[in-house]
Design a binder for this molecule. Structure first.
Ligand code: MG
Length: 244
C-alpha cells in the first residue's frame, strides 16, 4: 500500500472508531508509523536524489537519436552545453513520477529572436516539453516562453534572468496513468518553480507538446528526461532527480 493511502486509511479508521464518542482525546488522531524517511541536504542536493549531471561526465546520458551511443554534447568548466546539430540527449534511466532539479543558462552572445533565441527544453518522460528560452525582452507566443508547457500552458508569471544569468527549474511531475488496455485513466500533472517562483501549479498536461497540431495522448511506460538541441548554445548544470 502506498504511504499516502496508508495515512489516509489510518485517519479514516481513527475517525470511524471515534464516531459517536462524545469526546476526542488528542491521541485519537495521532499515529507514529510508518515514519517518513530521513533526508539530509549535501551541497543543497537531497541525500536520496539520483545525480544526473554533476559537472564531471555524461555517463548517465546517451544520444536520443541513437540510444546506446554516448551523449555528444560538450562539458567545459563543469558546465554542459548543447552541441548544435548533434541532436537531443536523454537519460539512460527512465522515470515515471519524479521531482527534478535542473539549472540552465542562455547563450552568452544574444542572437536571434522569438523561438530562435536561446531555445532548448526539458522533456518529461521524453514526450512533454517544458520550454527553455531566453525571453528577456524577446517577445514570442506566451505558451512558448520559458516555463511554459510548450504550445499548451504559459507560465503563471514571466521570470527574468538573475544577475548570474543562471536559471533553475524545480519540476514535480505526476505521469499520466493508463489501464492495462492502454486507455487513459488520468492525464499528467506538473508543478514548476522557476528560480523558486511558482510558474505551473499542478497543471494538467494535455498530451505531447507538438510544434504543429494538437497534443497527442498515447499510452506509454516510464520515459527518459530529454534535453533539446534546438541549435542554440544553452548550458546546463546541477541536474538531479528524485523518483517518487
Ligand atoms: Mg524548446
Amino acid at each position: 500500500m502506498k504511504k499516502a493511502a496508508f495515512y489516509s486509511l489510518a485517519l479514516t479508521l481513527a475517525t470511524f472508531y471515534s464516531y459517536g464518542q462524545t469526546k476526542f482525546v488528542p491521541e485519537d488522531t495521532e499515529y507514529y508509523s510508518p515514519k517518513p524517511p530521513i533526508i539530509t541536504l549535501q551541497k543543497n542536493i537531497p541525500s536520496d536524489a539520483t545525480i544526473l549531471f554533476d559537472g564531471n561526465n555524461l555517463e548517465n546520458w546517451e544520444s536520443s537519436s541513437s540510444p546506446g551511443s554516448s551523449a555528444p554534447w560538450d562539458i567545459t568548466n563543469n558546465i554542459l552545453t548543447v552541441k548544435p546539430k548533434s541532436g537531443n540527449i536523454q537519460t539512460k534511466e527512465k522515470f515515471k513520477d519524479f521531482q527534478l532539479h535542473i539549472e540552465w543558462r542562455s547563450p552568452n552572445i544574444i542572437k536571434g529572436n522569438g523561438q530562435g533565441r536561446g531555445n532548448s527544453g526539458v522533456f518529461l518522460q521524453g514526450l512533454y516539453e517544458i520550454q527553455v528560452l531566453d525571453n528577456d525582452d524577446n517577445p514570442t507566443y506566451v505558451n512558448g516562453q520559458a516555463g511554459s508547457i510548450y504550445k499548451q500552458t504559459p507560465p503563471l508569471v514571466e521570470v527574468r534572468s538573475k544577475e548570474d544569468k543562471w536559471h533553475s527549474y524545480d519540476i514535480i511531475y505526476t505521469a499520466p496513468r493508463f489501464n492495462k488496455d492502454g486507455m487513459l485513466i488520468s492525464k499528467g500533472k506538473v508543478t514548476i518553480l522557476h528560480n523558486g517562483i511558482l510558474v505551473q501549479n499542478n497543471t494538467q498536461i494535455e498530451g505531447t507538446t507538438e510544434y504543429i497540431g494538437l497534443p497527442q495522448m498515447k499510452a506509454h511506460e516510464a520515459g527518459p528526461i530529454i534535453l533539446q538541441d534546438h541549435g542554440d548554445l544553452v548550458s546546463f548544470r546541477n541536474i538531479w532527480i528524485r523518483p517518487l
